[in-house]
Design a protein around this ligand. Sequence first.
Ligand SMILES: *Cc1c(COP(=O)(O)O)cnc(C)c1O
Length: 369
Amino acid sequence: MNREKIQVTRSSMPSFEEYCAEIKELWDSRWLTNMGAKHRQLQEELEKYWGVPHVTLYANGHLGLENIITAMQLPRGSEVITSPFTFASTTHAIVRCGLTPVFCDINPVDYTIDTTKIEALITKKTSAIVPVHVYGNLCDVEEIKRIADRHKLKVIYDAAHSFGVTYKGVSSACFGDASMFSFHATKVFHTIEGGAVCYSDDKLVSLCDAYKNFGIQSQEDVNYIGGNAKMNEFQAAMGLCNLRHLKDEIAKRKRVCERYRERLSSTTGIILNQPQPDVISNYAYFPAVFDGYKYTRDEICDRLLAQGITARKYFYPSINTTTAYKDYPTAGGERTPIATRIAERVLTLPLYADLALEDVDRICELILK
Ligand SMILES: *Cc1c(COP(=O)(O)O)cnc(C)c1O
């Protein structure tokens, strides 16, 4: 039996030869960054793949989120309704752009924002909703659109987990005013580090392009106070390679997830995410919630670790209960009890394309015995 250490995730890679062939031209052209040929090609391929009018690529997803929030010019100090059950990036982006996060609880079924609780949080100062698609589960995009339209709010999705997910055949990239994707090495599709924002408003194109490049739009002037968030050519080349293998990547992840489900689904006290109606998942994560099980989440985590298997408490802690936010005027972990409860009980199990099914069995035995 394979007794090597098992990490919670492992980046998928193209073959060494395939990547070398992809970057060969960069040695010839010496055009290494600043929107070169690979950057343009990846942008076009993603626009086609997602079926969206505009994609802007970034050095990472987080800067993409900051950039699109900036480009949308939401009033400084305005309130943004968001989910606390997320990675630090989402909330940080809101705050770093001078906006106030208002935390809305999640629903206990798929852990996305509870749309029945959004409207009670809307005030005269609310300018946007930043919901998070989690684990490859999609938010209730239709209800969020109804609420946003009724109250004239912008919707910016943190879609970092949802590359390749569709709802009723439509890509997760097509909802809201904009969506941010992360192409970090641990994501289903990656460019080592990297990210993208997609949107339909033509006016945002030149703003996004400028903000990721110091606010510069021409050689003659500096138009905005922007930063540096450009994706380089080596990142884009990795993306072009990985895009070719995406279908296979998702199919292999699906096999692993189905095996976990077979082994764990009938155990009382272990709660698994159910497939969402009309959604085709990307199998980005396999979360298990230990609630009323004979062992706690932390005990399971330690037990796996003792056997060299790393699972991840993700997302934990709920962002509004962290040191960075707990004293924030609008935080209040007590106002988001479900997010707090799930964060304290969830464990994402090891998952990557080439994880052997025998290893999945071994992990499940350790959890169940
Ligand atoms: C990965 C991730 C991010 C940040 O993306 P980076 O590309 O690492 O900057 C933001 N939000 C969520 C939910 C993520 O999982």
